[in-house]
Design a protein around this ligand. Structure first.
Ligand code: ADP
Ligand code: MG
Length: 488
């Protein structure tokens, strides 16, 4: 079968299970701290270890966070939810069971509409979301010949969000994952630190012949904590399954692991069934009841949603969908944008600079927008000087860098103290070009002897020299015009 046939004949089906670590101060059933990075086993109490005689109690902050997610995901909130024990044995699970929710989770069915860069969107149904505790961690490289256990993570509050199998490509899955990341961060229920495992994705993947309405056999690849790894793992798994099916072999329902560092995937175990875990309601915890009034109160306090922010930015400021989506992902970015756009009275220019130069600098120096050394007002002031032609694009970047380094509190200061004002005076530019050409007679001779294609390449040399001489202040378009005039 040809490549082309295989890429059109199979439909990809994906459902996600997402573990969101809730940004609570204490654990789901105990008062132990949830802070990241503490020395091993320094944040474990008797309840987390399940010592005899201890009694867990439910952290209401975690319940509220789950409800906030449910409301934001258009979901039904179950006013009574029940914790159950999921029994299994593993060294990092000191109690011998995980306290989780199965039959009556806090959040019922809902949906999220996911925006793509081209402005289109698609709907992903949420099957449910439940609260559960995390397990501890096995450390295999802590000691030479034995495995060590760190229980700091045991009992950490997690919200597991389960989607219906509504995603149809790796690209859709990543778009959904990014939007979910932005949503939980924006709600303030998760710190969003993927590299610390605050958001972990299990991807269930199957393929089926195009047009078929029944589902194919799926595999589940566990614990992906980066969007890139997620995309790679899905694409690789789709290829593997299609290969198997086209050879006449069958896909085995199994749990798999993907190693992002090596790009290798491997089967971990065959799929277990709910029955294997002997679930039963936890006798130590009463069902949790939530008043309707409390739900209404939480609903009233929800922040504006990213997709609503995006719509507002498109509507009010005339931004294209992709740019608006980038700026709307976080409330702080959107307000920064609006303040900048207001200060310079040019939304497109502000959007360009924030998603471009500013975003790159923040990423490079690993700082968040809140800590940006260049405020929205300062950037707005700089962009005013771009608009009124005081600064060319390269000069504006120089001024921005100076502001970033703290060399002046506003663009006008930097322009004055470093003499960065753009030179637009025609006679100055004419003199500059004449000087450069006199200093490089050899290059001028070569230029005049060359054909027009080569001349196009050679002109850059003169532009560079003129920019160097003028310390970047020459207006680029005018400079070009003068060079062409004097060289012809
Ligand atoms: P389990 O609880 O055994 O893991 P579920 O039926 O609850 O199984 O499904 C778990 C996840 O797998 C859900 O996100 C669901 O959408 C997804 N899923 C189920 N069947 C398929 C399939 N055939 N292909 C892709 N995803 C699937
Ligand atoms: Mg599962």
């Amino acid at each position: 079968m040809t490549e082309e046939r295989s890429s059109t004949a199979w439909e990809v089906v994906i459902g996600l299970e997402v573990h969101v670590q809730l940004a609570c101060r204490s654990k789901l059933f105990s008062g132990a701290s949830t802070a990241f990075g503490a020395p091993p086993n320094s944040q474990v109490c008797a309840i987390d270890m399940g010592l005899p005689g201890t009694l867990p109690s439910v952290n209401r902050e975690a319940v509220d966070m789950a409800i906030r997610f449910g409301l934001a995901a258009n979901a039904r909130i179950n006013r009574t939810c029940v914790f159950e024990r999921k029994n299994y044995f593993y060294p990092d699970l000191p109690k011998g069971y995980q306290t989780t929710q199965l039959r009556q989770p806090i959040v019922g069915a809902g949906f999220m509409d996911v925006q793509l860069d081209d402005g289109s969107d698609f709907r992903v149904r949420i099957h449910h979301a439940h609260l559960e505790e995390d397990a501890g961690k096995s450390l295999h490289d802590f000691q030479v010949d034995s495995t060590a256990i760190d229980l700091n993570r045991a009992g950490m509050p997690l919200l597991e969000i389960v989607t219906e199998p509504d995603l149809r490509s790796a690209c859709q899955a990543v778009a959904f994952a990014r939007q979910l990341h932005a949503l939980v961060a924006g709600l303030g229920i998760c710190d969003g630190h993927m590299e610390q495992g605050s958001l972990r994705f299990d991807v269930n993947v199957s393929v089926r012949p195009g047009g078929s309405s029944s589902l194919g056999t799926r595999t589940e690849t566990k614990n992906l904590n980066s969007f890139r790894f997620m995309e790679q793992a899905i694409e690789q798994e789709v290829r593997r399954q299609i290969n198997l099916l086209e050879r006449g072999a069958a896909v085995r329902q199994e749990t798999r692991l993907y190693n992002g560092e090596t790009g290798q995937a491997a089967a971990l175990r065959t799929k277990e069934e709910a029955g294997d875990y002997r679930y039963f309601p936890c006798p130590d915890l009463l069902p949790v009841r939530v008043e309707q009034g409390h739900i209404d109160h939480l609903r009233a306090s929800l922040p504006e949603r990213p997709e609503m922010r995006q719509a507002r930015l498109m509507d009010k400021w005339g931004l294209p969908a992709a740019e608006a989506a980038l700026l709307a992902e976080q409330a702080a970015t959107a307000s920064y944008f609006e303040a900048t756009a207001m200060a310079c009275d040019d939304a497109r220019l502000a959007a360009q600079w924030i998603t471009g130069t500013l975003a790159r600098n923040l990423k490079r120096d690993k700082i968040s927008l809140q800590d940006s050394p260049v405020s929205a007002e300062a950037l707005g002031g700089l962009l005013q000087r771009v608009k009124d032609n005081t600064l060319s694009a390269p000069l504006a970047r120089q001024v921005f860098d100076a502001l970033w380094q703290g060399e002046g509190s506003c663009a006008d200061d930097v322009i004055a103290s470093q003499g960065l004002r753009q030179v637009t005076d025609e006679s100055c530019l004419e003199r500059l070009v004449e000087q450069v050409l006199t200093e490089h007679p050899e290059q001028v001779k070569n230029y005049k002897a060359a054909d027009s294609a080569r001349q196009k390449k050679m002109i850059g040399f003169f532009v560079g020299q003129a920019m160097k001489t003028s310390k970047g202040t020459a207006n680029p378009e005018q400079l070009n015009r003068w060079l062409h005039k004097k060289l012809s």
